[in-house]
Design a protein around this ligand. Structure first.
Ligand code: AHR
Length: 348
């Protein structure tokens, strides 16, 4: 595939947002006690007492960030902080250092502080029901961004804004499947997974595996977590190189791990992008630089600039508007050639 699409809402989601803005609370049926946010589409149980902030009150948003593990995360944090400032919100921000218990602590603090809205990007998918229930019981709406949770009770959060990670994995897999469609012998693939148990690691793995399974020559010979960091990506790639004589392709769940792996590949006297074909996800500036130098062959974009969408959703939820349960960000893919052209204008 060789498309380079502009980022933004998918049309359907944008339409739903416009629709919801136009319809306000009409479909919701707010509980008494003033201005409860209406349950979003597909949501059967409305949170108990979501109180709407008075029009002149500054909105307080509590945001529990995953950490600072990658270039993508740095861009995401900046987007959220800048957008909150621009929106005139009082932002309470915490960094969980990739630990679920830290995020849970931060969310509980925001509940105690009675913020208007809580938002977070869950480190892992499971184990959120209790704290989400606490927020719901306190009448504080929760907006998930970037990563989702596996809670069965979707009334525990107002919406999830972020990428389709399965689709990202499929795009990576499709490029590999197309490149090696005429392969006559085995193509050995090693995989650097993201943080164990996280939505992007689970979904990017599944999407990729699904897309390459039609070609028996495409073999994932090793797959291990590099925790989305450059240091871990390098360390695990060193181990892969030591344990495997022939590696044809590296699939890294993010650019940072691919960049760490490139250091390991070069240290082993091999040429990244030639001796080992590299496919990664994100599209941060450093990834683009490596791609334009031919060291990464294909990048699937993941959009970190979620701040403006989040602030709009916060405004809508506080105003008691109905918002879509899922807002998907639109993303593109980049070959080395595409990356070279796009690099001068890359924002992050
Ligand atoms: O959740 C998004 C992922 O988290 C990004 O792909 C990765 O770089 C980050 O750490």
């Amino acid at each position: 595939m060789k498309a380079t699409k502009k980022m933004g809402f998918v049309l359907a989601a944008s339409f739903m947002m416009l629709f919801s803005a136009a319809c306000g609370n009409s479909g919701g049926g707010s509980p008494s006690g003033g201005g409860t946010a209406a349950p979003a589409a597909g949501n059967t149980t409305a949170p108990k007492t979501q109180a709407t902030a008075p029009a002149d009150k500054k909105i307080t948003l509590g945001f529990a960030q995953v950490g600072a593990e990658s270039g993508w995360r740095t861009a995401n944090t900046k987007s959220i902080q800048d957008s909150a400032k621009e929106a005139g919100f009082d932002l309470k921000f915490s960094d969980a250092q990739q630990k679920q218990e830290n995020q849970i602590k931060a969310i509980r603090t925001y509940i105690q502080q009675k913020v208007d809205v809580i938002s977070f990007s869950p480190v892992v998918e499971s184990g959120w029901d209790t704290v989400l229930k606490e927020a719901k019981d306190a009448g504080i709406p929760v907006i998930l961004t970037d990563r989702s949770v596996d809670s069965k009770d979707t009334s525990l959060y107002a919406t999830f804004i972020g990428s389709d990670f399965v689709e990202e994995g499929k795009r990576a897999g499709k490029w590999v499947a197309d490149k090696y469609k005429d392969a006559k012998e085995d193509v050995n693939i090693v995989e650097l997974q993201g943080t164990t148990g996280s939505a992007p690691a689970n979904d990017r793995k599944a999407g990729f595996a699904e897309t390459i399974k039609g070609n028996a020559h495409l073999k994932i010979i090793a797959s291990q977590t590099g925790d989305f960091t450059r240091a871990k990506g390098k360390e695990v790639m060193q181990a892969f190189l030591k344990a495997n004589k022939k590696i044809d392709v590296l699939y890294a769940h993010n650019d940072d791990m691919a960049l760490g792996a490139i250091q390991a590949i070069e240290a082993a006297g091999l040429k990244p992008g030639k001796d080992i074909v590299i496919v990664s996800v994100d599209g941060v500036k450093d990834g683009f630089v490596a791609a334009s130098e031919g060291k990464i062959n294909f990048i699937v974009e993941c959009n970190p600039l979620l701040g403006p969408q989040l602030m709009q959703a916060v405004r809508d939820v506080v105003a008691g508007k109905q918002i879509p349960k899922r807002i998907v960000t639109e993303e593109g893919v980049f070959t080395s050639e595409d990356a070279k052209k796009a690099l001068p204008n890359r924002q992050y």
